[in-house]
Design a protein around this ligand. Structure first.
Ligand code: HEC
Ligand code: HEC
Ligand code: HEC
Ligand code: HEC
Ligand code: HEC
Ligand code: HEC
Ligand code: HEC
Ligand code: HEC
Ligand code: HEC
Length: 418
């Protein structure tokens, strides 16, 4: 009785087998696997490719009939061959700009890459016949394309600088153009690159966060601010409320870049203030002006605060080394870091009165901690004195005991003879 369904299943399976293998037949792969390196490579690379993972294969991009073994039948009228460089954007966009088609795979995926691309400097140049501008495959690869979520992908955040730098840092490749080729080198020295590469902080920007993915263009004066503000919104708000906002707009100066630069954005220090060589303020403010005086005052305020902060930290560290409990003042000192950070942030609002007030309050706390630190050191000294007295006392006691024992051991000295 049990055998009938089994037999039926086997029969149906046998019937389907040739059909299944027919559907899966891929003469493109079969033949290309046996060809020379350049023609075989796509087969290997496609094993890591997102298109293959979604069930697509050679014919979906190149056309042709993978059911036919002979070359001229496999390469029928639908066969497209390898596209020329100038044709690649349209070649990829055949699917990627087709919303209905893409939706059947992934409803969340954008379908505006091509239209964005034509607005970019790359796309505009390609339209004029310039073959050196980046096309889809320069940033994504050809066979072996991966989603940007995959750490080995050319478009994963920490691979992007290299992907763009392959052209932009190559002076001979870029020789015909009037733009610098230092973006990669400068970016690598920035606080952003350090966060991305050393702290593995994926929220730090890489090339495409500031330039866009497909619409790559240098941000214009007006938009640089919004680029930085995406991630530094409170700084942007403060800046907008400062007298600099109107002044910079009128001069056509870009708000963050004027003081921080674009690619080599370094960790800010108070040397950006003041009137020294590294001051960013003296570019625009002459000696004697209000801005010049403010720059000088701000540097003195911050440096004074930082010096006292360091002094307190040293005293507390010393007291701790000597065994005095100082975790409470240490905690309060660490808290003052936030005072300094928020005071420095207020520079963007040119809120001098507020900064003075914050620093004055901080100075008061520093003075309190200083008193406690000195008291702790005094306590350590007192304890040490106590320890010396106790040790001396014990030593004297030891000597007395020793003498006493010696005396008791002397010959002729019998117990009770005293
Ligand atoms: C029987 C072997 C054979 C089969 C089957 C075959 N190819 Fe090829 N293919 C070749 C050879 C040989 C070349 C190199 C000579 C040439 O360009 O015609 C080639 C070249 C190519 C090229 C590069 C052409 C160019 O424009 O530079 C592509 C793309 C390609 N094949 C895709 C496919 C696809 C897609 C299929 C399946 C529909 C397929 N091939 C089936 C043998 C084969
Ligand atoms: C996602 C689309 C896509 C898929 C899938 C794809 N190719 Fe390609 N293939 C391309 C593009 C684009 C080029 C042109 C690359 C270039 O010129 O830089 C190309 C080029 C080629 C070339 C020419 C290589 C050369 O160096 O001149 C061959 C051969 C080839 N493909 C074979 C295959 C085979 C075989 C498969 C299946 C195993 C396949 N391709 C799958 C997009 C695809
Ligand atoms: C035959 C249609 C088709 C062609 C042609 C095609 N793609 Fe795709 N592509 C897809 C599909 C389907 C997916 C999977 C959707 C997904 O990733 O969720 C995909 C995924 C991708 C992804 C990953 C998207 C992500 O983050 O999930 C990238 C990048 C990509 N394609 C780039 C290209 C490039 C570059 C070309 C041209 C060389 C190309 N595609 C040609 C259909 C196509
Ligand atoms: C200058 C480099 C560059 C070029 C040229 C480029 N892309 Fe991209 N593309 C990227 C980057 C970077 C991402 C990843 C964005 C991210 O971090 O999610 C991306 C993402 C994608 C995605 C995933 C969905 C999305 O839009 O985020 C697809 C699909 C895609 N690209 C297709 C294409 C196609 C098709 C072309 C050609 C018309 C193209 N790309 C040209 C750099 C490029
Ligand atoms: C295949 C080489 C190549 C790759 C890869 C490439 N670019 Fe370009 N890019 C160029 C060329 C060539 C120009 C044209 C230079 C000019 O503007 O005159 C250009 C122009 C630009 C411009 C406009 C510069 C200006 O002021 O005119 C920006 C911004 C840019 N690229 C950003 C990027 C970013 C970001 C990436 C990576 C996601 C990237 N590029 C990848 C070749 C490339
Ligand atoms: C934090 C944002 C930011 C990051 C990250 C960034 N850029 Fe830029 N980039 C800018 C700004 C702002 C400008 C405009 C400079 C100007 O006009 O003075 C610019 C300009 C450019 C230009 C035009 C030529 C020039 O130097 O003025 C190119 C090309 C460029 N960037 C490429 C890159 C590449 C490649 C990377 C990654 C290695 C990168 N950028 C990373 C903000 C950024
Ligand atoms: C995609 C988000 C993002 C964008 C866009 C961005 N930043 Fe940043 N930025 C960060 C992150 C994250 C850090 C923290 C790095 C660290 O110290 O770990 C940072 C750090 C900084 C620092 C150092 C802060 C400190 O306390 O030491 C400065 C200055 C800075 N960014 C300025 C800029 C400027 C100017 C721009 C625009 C040209 C910009 N950023 C664009 C995310 C961003
Ligand atoms: C007028 C010059 C100037 C402009 C314009 C400027 N900054 Fe600053 N920025 C400074 C100075 C000065 C410091 C603090 C230096 C120090 O450590 O004492 C600083 C510090 C910072 C810091 C680290 C401290 C903090 O506030 O968290 C960040 C982040 C920052 N700036 C981002 C930006 C962004 C984003 C913009 C554009 C909206 C911008 N800056 C515009 C001069 C400027
Ligand atoms: C790109 C040029 C530029 C830079 C850089 C710059 N300023 Fe200014 N600043 C101006 C202009 C223009 C005004 C408008 C009033 C004026 O003409 O003095 C102004 C106004 C001020 C004011 C208000 C003074 C008043 O007259 O009301 C202060 C304070 C000030 N800046 C401080 C600074 C400090 C501190 C720095 C460095 C962190 C700095 N500025 C960097 C151009 C600049």
């Amino acid at each position: 009785m049990m055998k009938k369904p089994l037999l039926l299943a086997a029969f149906v399976g046998l019937l389907c087998f040739p059909l299944l293998s027919y559907a899966q037949k891929n003469s493109c792969v079969e033949c290309h696997t046996g060809l020379e390196a350049k023609l075989k490579a796509p087969v290997e690379s496609l094993k890591q490719d997102i298109h293959q993972q979604f069930g697509l294969s050679c014919k979906d991009c190149h056309g042709g009939d993978p059911a036919k073994d002979e070359v001229n039948k496999a390469k029928d009228k639908t066969f497209k061959g390898a596209p020329k460089r100038s044709q690649i954007p349209e070649f990829c966009a055949k699917c990627h700009s087709d919303a209905a088609y893409m939706r059947s795979f992934n409803p969340g995926l954008r379908v505006d890459q091509l239209s964005q691309y034509w607005t970019s400097k790359h796309g505009q140049l390609l339209k004029t016949g310039d073959g050196k501008a980046a096309v889809c495959t320069d940033c994504h690869g050809v066979h072996g394309i991966q989603s940007a979520k995959y750490p080995k992908s050319l478009t994963f955040p920490w691979n992007i600088p290299q992907t763009c730098g392959r052209c932009h840092a190559d002076a001979s490749y870029m020789a015909g153009y009037k733009i610098p080729t230092n973006q990669l080198a400068e970016y690598k020295e920035s606080v952003h690159a350090r966060a991305l590469f050393e702290k593995k902080d994926l929220s730090a920007p890489t090339c495409n966060d500031c330039h866009g993915n497909h619409g790559a263009f240098p941000p214009e004066v007006k938009s640089i601010a919004s680029v930085c503000r995406q991630c530094h919104p409170s700084t942007g708000d403060l800046f907008s409320r400062s007298p600099h906002k109107k002044a910079f707009d009128e001069m056509g100066v870009s708000e963050c870049e004027a003081c921080h630069g674009s690619h080599k954005i370094e960790r800010p220090t108070s040397d950006m203030l003041g009137t020294g060589e590294k001051s960013v303020c003296v570019q625009c403010h002459e000696a004697g002006s209000l801005g010049y005086k403010a720059a000088d005052e701000l540097k003195n305020l911050f440096d004074g605060f930082q010096a006292q902060f360091q002094k307190n930290a040293d005293i507390l560290a010393l007291a701790e080394k000597k065994g005095v409990e100082v975790s409470e003042p240490k905690f309060r000192l660490q808290d003052l870091n936030t005072t300094l950070v928020s005071a420095k942030n207020l520079v963007h609002g040119l809120a001098l009165e507020e900064i003075r007030k914050k620093i004055a309050e901080g100075d008061q706390t520093l003075a309190d901690i200083d008193t406690e630190g000195i008291k702790a050191l005094g306590e350590a000294k007192f304890r040490r004195r106590g320890l010396i007295i106790a040790t001396a006392f014990l030593a004297l006691f030891g000597i007395a005991l020793f003498l006493k024992i010696r005396q008791m051991q002397k010959p002729g000295h019998s117990p009770g003879s005293d």
